[in-house]
Design a binder for this molecule. Structure first.
Ligand code: DOR
Ligand code: ZN
Length: 335
């Protein structure tokens, strides 16, 4: 039986929600990942030091053991330096959402006026706090990410000492932007390494494939695969696993988000093996994040086995990607 072992897998973009959803969902990631960057788009958003600390406590209470590190984020606002200095120790990054662009982002940024943002972004540069960005405009849905490239350029040029992470990139345009500025980095999800727009609306409309940013064209998928499979040093795995209850997905007005947390590593093995690049998966799923964020995760050794695995129909009433379908890798053991 073919096996593959990963050390300290990291998910550098994860939605865990709160309350009962958090309690049900957090253990799934804590089982197979050493740590994850926890998104702050709760209602209300995580935008104070107290909220960060309290949310961290709730995440830790929801996971069954201590072998999981929640790397906390703060919801971006134009904070002053005193506040940032005080909160810096408690967070790994600050997540910026354009206002209203996705789930629970209403309190995000409504103007990308660099001078208005300068004090915050300069303080973040000095304090070494990375900026993670949901890079979409409010333009035509297929063009939103490409249109955001000029804003990434503005940020990268004006704040050369700020680490900027282009989250969940989906386009060739973003892939091309990555090497233009030394301070730009990116995360890629597993679903964006598998799906194009055809898989969302090309046949029957598939609500469990619908997310923001939406999956794009085959040439975009190829560009993303090229980055991930070759474990480009500025790219990390970030699942953007985004649980919504089944009734909110299978609805008129479907919520955006693909739920992949419990099958992410299995799918990554399948993709990397298919392209004969399994040797690069460790770098994509852990080593790059460790160097980019300067983090030392808890030891965890995850062994995956190449055997058929039927994806459950639901996990606590959340429907995963490929529910009921057979995938080709399964988790064999976690130490
Ligand atoms: O599809 C998405 N779902 N994209 C996001 O940016 C947010 C996420 C969520 O929180 O549900
Ligand atoms: Zn997200």
């Amino acid at each position: 039986m073919k096996t593959h072992t990963l050390l300290m897998p990291l998910d550098m973009h994860l939605h865990l929600r709160d309350g009962v959803m958090l309690e049900n969902i957090a253990p799934l990631t804590a089982y197979s990942f050493s740590g994850a960057l926890i998104m702050p788009n709760l209602v209300p958003p995580v935008d104070t030091k107290e909220a960060v600390l309290a949310y961290r406590e709730r995440v830790m209470a929801a996971v069954p053991n201590d072998y999981f590190e929640p790397y906390m984020t703060l919801f971006y606002k134009n904070y002053d330096k005193k506040f940032l200095t005080d909160v810096a120790e408690e967070i790994t990054a600050i997540k910026l959402y354009p206002a209203g662009i996705t789930t629970n982002s209403e309190g995000g940024v409504s103007s990308f006026d660099i001078e208005e943002m300068r004090p915050t972004l300069e303080a973040m540069s000095e304090l070494g706090i990375p900026l993670c960005v949901h890079g979409e405009t409010d333009g035509f849905v297929m063009d939103r990410e490409a249109e955001f490239m000029s804003i990434y350029e503005l940020l990268a040029q004006n704040f050369p000492d700020l680490k900027i992470v282009m989250e969940h990139i989906t386009t060739k345009a973003a892939v091309e932007m990555l090497d233009k500025y030394p301070n730009l980095y990116a995360t890629i999800t597993v679903h964006h390494l598998l799906l194009t727009l055809d898989d969302v609306i090309g046949g029957m409309m598939m609500p469990h494939h619908f997310c923001k940013p939406i999956a794009k064209r085959p040439e975009d998928l190829d560009a993303l695969l090229d980055l991930a499979l070759n474990a480009h040093p500025k790219v990390m795995f970030g699942s953007d696993s985004a649980p919504h209850p089944k009734y909110k997905k299978e609805a008129c007005g479907c919520a955006a988000g693909v739920f992949t947390a419990p099958i992410a590593l299995q799918l990554l093995c399948e993709i990397f093996e298919q392209f004969d690049k399994l040797d690069n998966l460790q770098t994509f799923v852990s080593d790059n994040a460790q160097s980019i964020y300067g983090i030392c995760p808890e030891f965890k050794e995850v062994t995956l086995e190449k055997r058929p695995f039927v994806v459950p129909e639901t996990y606590s009433n959340v429907v995963p990607l490929y529910a009921g379908e057979t995938i080709n890798w399964a988790i064999e053991s976690v130490d």
